[in-house]
Design a binder for this molecule. Sequence first.
Ligand code: DGJ
Length: 537
Amino acid sequence: MVFALSFLVLLSPAVSCSTAYEAEMPVLIEKNGRYALLVDGEPFFMFGGQSANSSTWPKMLPDVWNTIESMHANTLEIPIYWEQFEPEPGKYDYSIIQLLLDQARERDVRLVLLWFATWKNGSNHYMPEWMKKDPRKYPNIVGKDGQPVDSPSPHATAAMEADAKAFANFMAYLKVADPQHTVILVQVQNEPGTWGSVRDFSPLAQQLFEQHVPEVLLQTPVLEQLNIPAGAKGTWEEVFGRDADEYFHAWSVARYIEYVAAAGKAVNPLPMFVNAALRDPLTNPPATHYESGGPTDNVIPIWKAAAPSIDFVAPDIYLRGDETVLKVIDLYSRPDNALMVPETGDHVKYLYKVIEKGIGYAPFGIDSRWPQAVNGGRAVNDLSDPLFQEYKLLVPMAGKLAQWGFEGRIQSVVEPESGDPVNRIDLGNWEAVIRFGLGHRLDLHQDPQPENRTGKIMFIKLSENEFMAVGTGCRITFNPIRENEGKAWQYLKVTEGYYHNGEFQMIRILNGDETDWGGPYFSQKPTLLHIKLVTRE
Ligand code: DGJ
């Protein structure tokens, strides 16, 4: 065990800059409302996987790494547990962090560390034992009926200070132990908020609730986003009416997390985010129906105002259905928020949409979700799982995809669950026409089950007549439009390939049956085509 009283006191210029190799700090950049995460100074798309909750233990890690290898992922998201990190007040155990750093570097995989501390899915279950034994000092929420709720109070100053101190120590350790920035992002808490009560109704919370809304929330742009007339002021109930309880809780949770995040950022300014347990984005349900206080779509403006040290809020997408998922993707890819999906299930239908609009993607619970990825303690590298196939093709071009997304060159569509299977994408002087379905030559058929309609395609516009296309379950052709309107045209060259070390490698040129019968066809195996078109005149 590596114990130290406080790593902060050990931090001095002499130790913090002592290594030969110091890489550029990961940083989020924004242009025209689009984001890129720079890793080692280059755009990086995170094709990740998140471990199960109880896997950050030395004996569990081999299977986690084997699964990452089988998946072809470039990043592991994995928790750091406060209860394990600070087993006694002020005594810190850095051993698991160092082990993760060492093992990630051996495999050339990046890390996103998840600080499981005050909140884990709305509860305090990762607080150290010494805190759980002192509920008066580290209280939970009191419900409206006066009953205890299994969720820490955001008004507990002692807990907030303890969390901030521990988090700052964790970040200070990373600053010294990770000059090469194996760790690219840090998640602060996990799905914070409260299940079972819209807010804290303890006497202290009630007293705060009856005070005036803080100035920063009364700024016109914030009020506008919350559909409140400019100039409103007064108590939470006066300003926000029936949303007052939830907004007060969101503000309180976000302010607490801001305090913790700011303490960590002061010693090590890695990009930080908070993940959200979502609400249904289509029906505006009451906050009793979801985890109140977390960064759900309706309170993003409150989180932005309350927690400037948090670089983005991120949706954990377990909801299903095209309309719902595409809406979530839209709601979290805002000019003031980078889209990153830190948790999702194993379906990959919306992966290209996230690549088009975001910076990263990770299915949850990889080591329990795919036990077949490990056999006899070794990674199985040739699994035909749809996600693994996608990662195998896309990870070697992750840098290119991040760059193209940042430049706004990517457009994608998914196979509709119902209605017309033909979709169109405007590519300037060409319109891509996409017919979804599987089959042979011209007679494509759609699966009768809407949930099995998993086709998808993304186009990357390289220049006026030159595109990359990655897709599954569809056939494509093109229409000449605008400057090309009415002109005869043909394929100049269609090359199937893949990326290796950042360079396109040719497999074959598609021609004859492979392009004549209605255009190039994408089977269920993800395929990358480099397409050049030409008009004849
Ligand atoms: C969302 C949480 O963020 C994860 O840690 C995990 O608990 C999953 N739900 C469900 O397994």
